[in-house]
Design a protein around this ligand. Structure first.
Ligand code: BG6
Length: 491
């Protein structure tokens, strides 16, 4: 049974507290941990943003994202008690004004208390926030800074930000969030690979034909269009979430789950990624943008219409990546992500090699290679596809069937969401679920190569209908190598 161990008392300052991330994810995450008794009463939540408002007004704003008619009385009571932890302070982080004193006054003066500064802000102002905290001497030894992705928009801006933050906080007090690393099923990747003997001997170019990583969303850019239009799918999703997943699949066994062991192994994968250049980008990368269509039966406008101007930002990207090391020589890692796709699903598919010799002599096409399907969301689970004999008389028939581990059937369905887990990990000082500086920078170096190739004029943008699986060119990319994208649940 899961055991909820309370964390030590802490003060958390949420910068950008009136923004989407804070209201939709962070405050609810803290509330859920409060309800489960993990946060003690002597903790404080200090919401900081530019607008002037009272504590009560902020609590009411936060409530609009949490409290609804269906909420039980008990939960309502918990919400009321939880709000007593929340203070609001108006702060313009770009200025060295009086409001920094107000922030300091809202915090517990005890310098030994754990302090968390969560920057739910654009990365371009991370430096100003750190400078402000340093001026107030709020960067005490036990203070941790949490940086949201994306850190920068390329290698150089990421370095600048990391340098500025690094002037105020030690690397071990910097928690760079990639919320995918907080997902239960993503954490299970390490366990699946390294707590089972079964896979590791085959987990290499001798046993594996290729790997597919898909993160498909049904939603469009929505309210975040201003940010998204400057970013696009490559920077928003590939630089962080998809590459982190690829690292967990491709990395060598770490000595332990200790943060630096894991992070060093992930870094090696990022460094081994074959650079994509202007010469290779037309074959290895497909950019797409959704056009009007229907998702889940609802009509959806095209992306350009949604953002209100002509734009060549990609809302879909698929990539054929190679990890140039001994283990993965010749094994493509196909990655794709997109908005307004046919269905919401994130999954990793490991396609094993075909058997070397067919003793059965069945019709061509009836023997399928083993396939491991790791479904990250929704319908979390792991499936290992195997060939079996179809029981019963009538000649020898083979069937391709799953050994199926469904989370819903096997485990308590209700486990903490990624942000809940990550926030508690920051309080505990557990860095293994966060990205180290060199990882973020190595990921940008590889992604920058693609952006540069696009800038050199190889940035063809293909349309795809909202509600589809992306541009047909993405399917052709695999077809050229006699492969196809799989929908792991369909079998
Ligand atoms: C965020 C991206 O990091 O991840 C969003 O900025 C995306 O564009 C989101 O929608 C997807 O996260 P999840 O947990 O819903 O798969």
């Amino acid at each position: 049974m899961a055991e909820l161990v309370p964390v030590e008392p802490f003060d958390i300052v949420v910068f950008g507290a009136t923004g989407d991330l804070a209201l939709r994810k962070l405050i609810p995450a803290l509330f859920h941990r409060w309800c489960d008794g993990q946060i003690t009463e002597d903790s404080r939540i200090i919401a900081a943003a530019r607008d002037t408002m009272s504590d009560e007004a902020f609590r009411e704003l936060a409530a609009t994202h949490i409290v609804d008619k269906s909420m039980s009385d008990e939960r309502r009571k918990s919400w009321t008690s939880f709000t007593q932890l929340i203070r609001y302070t108006a702060l313009d982080v770009s200025r060295d004004g009086e409001d920094w004193n107000d922030l300091k006054a809202a915090m517990d003066p005890n310098e030994d208390k754990i302090r968390l500064y969560y920057l739910a802000l654009p990365p371009s102002i991370y430096g100003s926030v750190c400078a402000g905290l340093a001026r107030q001497s709020l960067n005490s030894w036990n203070a941790r800074i949490v940086l949201e992705k994306p850190i920068g928009s390329n290698y150089h801006t990421a370095r600048e930000i990391n340098d500025k933050v690094g002037e105020v906080f030690r690397e071990n007090n910097i928690f760079r969030i990639d919320h995918y690393l907080g997902k239960e099923t993503v954490q299970n990747l390490l366990i699946l690979r390294f707590a089972n003997y079964l896979f590791e001997p085959l987990w290499n170019a001798n046993g594996i034909d290729h790997v597919q990583i898909t993160v498909a969303e049904t939603l469009g850019a929505g309210k975040r269009a201003t940010y998204y239009d400057r970013s696009g799918a490559l920077r928003d999703m590939v630089q962080n979430h998809l590459l982190q997943l690829a690292c967990l699949v491709a990395m060598e066994p770490p000595e332990s789950l200790e943060a630096d062991s894991v992070r060093t192994e992930k870094l090696k994968v990022l460094k081994a990624l074959r650079p994509i250049t202007a010469a290779t980008v037309p074959n290895d990368v497909v950019r797409g943008q959704y056009q009007a269509g229907a998702v889940d039966g609802e009509k959806v406008p095209g992306y350009a219409e949604e953002v209100g101007h002509d734009t060549d930002t990609e809302t879909f990207v698929s990539i054929r990546a190679m990890v140039d090391n001994w283990r993965w020589a010749g094994v493509p890692f196909y990655m794709r992500t997109g908005k307004c796709m046919a269905s919401r699903r994130s999954e990793i598919i490991v396609q094993f090699k075909e058997i070397p010799h067919d003793i059965v002599g069945v019709a061509k096409g009836t023997l399928h290679p083993n396939r491991l399907v790791i479904r990250l969301q929704p319908d979390e689970g792991v499936k290992l596809m195997l060939m079996t004999k179809d029981p019963g008389p009538g000649g020898l028939r083979l069937r391709y069937v799953p050994l199926n581990l469904s989370y819903a059937e096997h485990f308590e369905a209700d486990y903490p969401d990624a942000y809940e887990r990550l926030l508690m990990a920051v309080v505990r000082g557990n860095l293994s679920l966060f990205m180290r500086r060199d990882e973020v920078e190595a990921a940008w170096r590889w992604v920058d190569g693609i952006i540069q190739a696009w800038d050199e004029g190889q940035a063809k943008l293909y349309g795809y209908q909202a509600g589809s699986d992306g541009p047909t060119q993405s399917a052709l990319m695999l077809d050229r190598e006699s492969r196809e994208w799989f929908d792991g649940l369909s079998r």
